[in-house]
Design a protein around this ligand. Structure first.
Ligand SMILES: Nc1nc2c(ncn2[C@@H]2O[C@H](COP(=O)(O)OP(=O)(O)O)[C@@H](O)[C@H]2O)c(=O)[nH]1
Ligand SMILES: [Mg+2]
Length: 197
C-alpha cells in the first residue's frame, strides 16, 4: 500500500458531524493506551498524524482521517481508562454505538489488543458489538517487541480463547517500535476491501 496522502478531516461526537461524502471507512478501536494512535501513524508512515500519549487521554471524540483522498481511517475513542466516571463510560458507549449501529460506509473494524495482556471484559464486549453489528474484523495484537516469540505464541492463544474468536477471525501481530507486521496488516486490509487501490 502506497500512502500518498493523509490528513485529519474532522472530529465528531454525533452522526450529524460525520463526513458526508460517502467514502468508505476503516475504524480502529481498543483500550486506552493500547497503541491505537501508534498503529494508525505507522500504517500511514506519519509520526504525528494522530497524537500519541504516554498518559492515557480522556478524549471522547471520533476522529476522521482521509487517506489518499480515497477512504477514511476512523479513530474511535479508547475505552477502559480507569479514572473515568460512570457518566463518562456511558457517554463513551453512546458515542461509539451511535457510530457502529448504522454506518454503511464502515467496512472493517480493527480491534487492537496489547499482546501482553489477557483481553478485559471491555475487550470482550467490544468484540461482541462488532459481531452483533456484523462488521468485518481484524484483530491486531500490538507491542510485540515487549515479549519473546514463545511468550507471544501462548498469549495469542489466550487472546483467541478469551474472546472466543470465530474460526475465521485472524489475529495479526504488530510492533510500532520496529514496524514488524505492518505489511501484513495492509495486505489483509487490501484483501478484505475492494476500494483500496
Ligand atoms: N514498545 C512499544 N510501545 C508502544 C507500541 N505501541 C504503542 N506504544 C507506546 O504505548 C503508549 C500508548 O500509545 P498510543 O499509541 O498513544 O496508544 P492509544 O492510547 O491506544 O492511542 C505510548 O507510550 C507508545 O509509545 C509498540 O508497538 N511497542
Ligand atoms: Mg490514541
Amino acid at each position: 500500500m502506497e500512502i500518498k496522502q493523509s490528513e485529519f478531516i474532522t472530529s465528531a461526537v454525533h452522526a450529524s458531524q460525520y463526513p458526508r461524502d460517502n467514502r468508505e471507512e476503516i475504524a480502529f478501536v481498543g483500550r486506552s493506551n493500547v497503541g491505537k494512535s501508534s498503529l494508525i501513524n505507522s500504517l500511514v508512515n506519519r509520526k504525528n498524524l494522530v497524537k500519541v500519549s504516554s498518559t492515557p487521554g480522556k478524549t471522547r471524540l471520533i476522529n476522521f482521517f482521509l487517506i489518499n483522498r480515497q477512504f477514511y481511517f476512523v479513530d474511535l475513542p479508547g475505552y477502559g481508562y480507569a479514572k473515568v466516571s460512570k457518566r463518562e463510560i456511558e457517554s463513551w458507549g453512546n458515542i461509539v454505538e451511535e457510530y457502529l449501529h448504522d454506518r454503511e460506509q464502515l467496512k472493517v473494524i480493527v480491534l487492537i489488543l496489547d499482546c501482553r495482556h489477557k483481553p478485559t471484559a471491555d475487550d470482550i464486549t467490544m468484540y461482541k458489538w462488532i459481531k452483533h453489528y456484523d462488521y468485518k474484523i481484524i484483530i491486531v495484537a500490538t507491542k510485540i517487541d515487549k515479549v519473546s516469540k514463545n511468550k507471544l505464541y501462548g498469549n495469542l492463544k489466550i487472546i483467541r480463547d478469551t474472546l472466543k474468536l470465530e474460526k475465521d477471525d485472524r489475529i495479526l501481530t504488530f510492533s510500532a517500535l520496529n514496524k514488524q507486521g505492518k505489511e501484513e496488516i495492509w495486505n489483509t486490509l487490501d484483501s478484505m476491501l475492494d476500494f483500496i487501490s
